[in-house]
Design a protein around this ligand. Structure first.
Ligand SMILES: Nc1nc2c(ncn2[C@@H]2O[C@H](COP(=O)(O)OP(=O)(O)OP(=O)(O)O)[C@@H](O)[C@H]2O)c(=O)[nH]1
Length: 833
């Protein structure tokens, strides 16, 4: 008998069952996803409308996003501005990145450096000099900013100045780079500082903004791996074009040439020059005949635009991965790279000085070469050879010699005529700078980025100062700043620095609304962040401007992240005491504008110091109190000059009509109310104040209190007067009182009584009206009954008093019931003016 086997029971659950189900459904043509259209329908028409509008808006936004126009060939290279305080490592970062992209060593970083970074991308690196004008210009063309921060020192003011400038110009992409991290000995401290700086950076830019760490130098260069990471991020970064830039043509000049015919220059050194500027055109196309604005120079006429072959083209579009070695091009016409330079109408062969072999010079030199050669060789010298030898001996050209020469008009006069005529008046502040300094400056004119180059074209000696003012700042302030001091944010109060800034008045200008504005003017400062202050200090042989934040102030170890905590505390204490000393010296004097600024800033610091120590922190309560006292004294000093200012203002103030009409009490709350200057204060007044003294006062003095009757403009006060007093004497209290009662707010009953006393006509009035009956109420009023009316008024007063007492009792009851309300009302009344 055949045994029947039980059928195998298939799987009821699990992935194999699901798979089977899916394939079955597919076979039968049933869609796998259970789509129920009704489930996604709108229930509310309002919601539907809103969602529709949002979707449409999103679409439109996507359509209007500025995109790169590739119809005119390849887009121009992206500009990467490397910015940071002095000596932070900008040059080194650019050199390292160029080395990474091109495998070439760059000896000098000058002007924009273009590299091919990928098959589709070119980058142009520009170092931003530490000059406010250069920062403003750099902000105009930067596509990406590498903000270099000295990690061992912390944030410096240059960083925030640049960020503020960027905010005004349309914020490009910003990445932070921390350098000098090898100065940290303690790993824990390094980690903490990194964290702190990162969060600060995020606060300034946005949460999650990229911050790189360059942990130190290996053989004088940054580590290859770290630079590789940085380069990778730059290569893949998405640059969103800024709408204003895409609709305006602009060029970042990477090379320039003065093509003015030499004869014209020879005839007139200050003739109009023709200059050819080379660079990638960005934004939209130039129109022929448009005027161009050259930053730092002004509006210039555009003679023509010529399209030239790309000096640094992208590689061919062949399908291959990465770049070949010979495709890794770079173009840095100002950085002295390569030996050949092709120009519009010339080819320049650059030969390094050490490779140039001049024919041997004669030791006895001077113009006797030809004779010496003749004597040695016994034959006539070659004319060309002699000329070359003579040229070799010339150290300075005629022009240079002329420039250096001067005519001394008067004996003992230090000023020479040539200096003044050449440099213009604005350069007179530069007279102190040594020749060495000037010599160093001149080549730096050609340094830097766009603005530097252009300034170089329209060169005047003073321009050199602007381009590399970073180094100037250091050298000039070395002598002035010996310790630590606190300054107002954004501008150093250092006088020598100010002088330097003065020389920017002509050069460092910006065209705003068609008017040339001096950017060094303090009024043009970007909006200041109130939670930050600046501390200038002398470190590493230069002045550094540290940016300190309130929350950082709380931490005791912020002063020197790489240093010790105890040192920091003592340092910050020193800060405060020094600043106190600094400003309490001339408390009796009325400070000038600059000093006022100092006072202002230090008062601010006084407030900030509230945050400096926690109760349980390094400084105990007593010390804190002592510090508070110091601060109060300090603010007291500040209020002393304010007092002076106050009295000055008062003396200049016009008569306040409110005072005259409503009395002194009405304007007590207004600090600028008129007060009659006392004899003492008059005596103390300076000559300057005399100028602004009220005419009336001086007249009053002259006539010793009597009215100036000769004054033809005096009021005609003969008609209405108080006996014995002229109405034009508006400062007389009696007259004021008499007038006050004529105004709505005056005491009319008193005036009425006074009037009655004066003319005694009350009886007449009463009799004139006589008895009358109010027809509406039916009440009868008796005329002429003075006693009755007095009684009435007494009754009225007693009723009023009764009501007042009742009110007071009620209020006391309420206050007893709700003590907090009482307190509240107390506070209110305390604070109300
Ligand atoms: N220890 C250390 N030194 C560094 C680091 N980065 C740069 N340096 C050094 O700092 C000095 C200044 O570097 P630069 O690249 O010239 O700095 P810079 O910002 O271009 O300077 P300026 O153009 O004068 O403002 C050089 O001697 C560098 O070797 C770093 O991470 N660690």
């Amino acid at each position: 008998m055949e045994q029947s086997h039980k059928a195998h029971r298939g799987r009821q659950a699990g992935p194999s069952v699901k798979k089977k189900e899916r394939t079955d459904k597919k076979k039968r043509g049933i869609s796998n996803d259970k789509h129920n259209p009704k489930a996604f329908a709108f229930n509310s028409s309002v919601k539907a409308k809103r969602l529709q509008a949002a979707a449409a808006e999103k679409d439109q936004r996507r359509l209007h996003v500025p995109t790169i126009d590739r119809s005119n060939g390849e887009p121009a290279p992206y500009v990467i501005v490397v910015q940071g305080p002095p000596q932070v490592g900008k040059t080194l970062v650019i050199k390292s990145l160029v080395k990474h992209y091109t495998k070439q060593n760059l000896s000098d970083v000058r002007g924009p450096i273009t590299v091919v970074s990928g098959k589709q991308r070119r980058l142009q690196f520009v170092e931003c000099p530490n000059d406010m004008n250069a920062m403003i210009d750099a902000a105009k063309f930067a596509d990406l900013v590498l903000l270099l921060i000295d990690g061992s020192y912390g944030f410096e003011m240059e960083t925030f100045e640049f960020l503020n400038i960027l905010q005004v110009h349309g914020f490009p992409k910003v990445m932070g780079v921390l350098t000098h991290l090898d100065k940290f000995k303690d790993v824990k401290k390094l980690r903490k500082t990194k964290q702190r700086l990162k969060h600060r950076f995020w606060t300034e830019i946005y949460d999650g903004a990229k911050l790189f760490y360059l942990s130190g130098l290996i053989h004088g260069k940054y580590s290859k791996r770290e630079i590789h990471n940085l380069a990778r991020f730059i290569s893949v970064a998405k640059f969103r074009p800024l709408s204003w830039r895409t609709s305006h043509p602009y060029i970042l000049v990477d090379r320039f040439e003065d093509v003015t015919p030499p004869e014209r220059v020879h005839e007139d050194q200050k003739c109009d020059r023709n200059v050819t500027l080379y660079g990638y055109l960005r934004g939209c196309n130039f129109k022929k005949g448009t005027k161009v604005h050259v930053a730092g120079v002004g509006d210039c006429h555009l003679a023509g635009v010529v399209r030239l072959p790309d000096p640094c083209p992208l590689p061919s579009a062949a399908k291959k991965k990465g770049l070949r070695e010979k495709e890794k091009l770079f173009y840095a016409p100002m950085s002295d790279v390569g030996d050949l330079l092709y120009d519009k109408d010339a080819v320049y062969i650059n030969i390094n000085d050490h490779m140039v072999q001049f024919s041997k010079q004669n030791d006895d030199g001077d113009g006797d070469d030809s004779k010496a050669i003749e004597a040695k060789q016994g034959k006539a010298p070659d004319v060309g050879e002699v000329l070359v030898k003579t040229l070799q001996n010339t150290k300075y050209s005629i022009n240079e010699k002329l420039e250096q020469s001067f005519i001394q008009l008067f004996r003992g006069n230090q000023r020479n005529v040539t200096n003044l005529t050449d440099k213009g008046e604005h350069c007179s502040s530069e007279e102190e700078s040594s020749d060495e300094e000037i010599e160093n400056d001149v080549p730096s004119t050609a340094q830097g980025m766009c603005i530097g180059n252009e300034q170089g074209l329209f060169n005047c000696d003073a321009l050199a100062d602007t381009v590399d003012s970073g180094s100037h700042t250091d050298s000039s302030s070395d002598e002035d700043v010996t310790g630590m001091k606190r300054n107002r944010l954004d501008r150093s109060s250092d006088k020598s620095l100010k002088n330097r800034n003065d020389s920017h008045v002509i050069i460092g200008t910006n065209l705003v609304d068609g008017k040339v504005k001096d950017m060094s003017d303090s009024e043009e400062e970007p909006p200041l962040k109130c939670n930050m202050r600046e501390v200038s200090e002398f470190q590493d042989g230069r002045v550094r401007r540290r940016a300190i934040f309130l929350e950082e102030d709380k931490e005791s170890n912020l002063k020197d992240p790489a240093g010790s905590d105890s040192e920091d505390d003592s340092q910050s204490d020193k800060d405060i005491s020094e600043s106190d000393e600094c400003y309490s010296e001339d408390e009796d004097q009325m400070p000038g504008f600059e000093e006022q600024e100092k006072y202002y800033s230090t008062t601010k610091i006084g407030k900030i110091s509230d945050f400096e120590r926690e109760p349980g922190g390094a400084v105990n309560r007593r010390e804190r109190l002592a510090k508070d006292e110091n601060r109060d004294d300090f603010i007291g000093d500040a209020s002393k000059w304010k007092e002076n200012l106050f009295s000055q203002t008062i003396s200049k103030k016009k008569i306040n009509l409110m005072d005259i009409v409503y009395g002194q009490s009405a304007s007590i709350s207004t600090p600028m109310s008129f007060q009659q200057p006392t004899e003492d204060s008059d005596g103390d007044d300076s000559d300057e104040e005399e100028l602004f003294k009220l005419k009336q006062n001086s007249e009053k003095k002259k006539h010793d209190g009597h009215l100036n009757v000769e004054d033809p403009n005096a009021d005609d006060c003969t008609k209405s007067h108080v006996e014995g007093l002229q109405l034009s004497d508006w400062l007389n209290q009696e007259i004021i009182e008499s007038i006050r009662d004529r105004v709505v707010t005056g005491d009319w009953s008193k005036a009425a009584r006074r009037g009655e006393e004066m003319d005694g006509s009350d009886e007449d009035d009463d009799t004139a009206y006589g008895d009358f009956e109010d027809l509406e109420t039916g009440e009868e009023y008796k005329g002429g009954d003075a006693n009755a009316s007095l009684e009435d008024s007494n009754n009225f007063k007693s009723a009023e008093e009764e009501r007042r007492l009742k009110k007071l009792a009620l209020r006391a009851k309420f206050d007893a019931k709700y003590p907090f309300c009482f307190l509240f009302s107390m506070i209110l009344s305390f604070h109300s003016p």
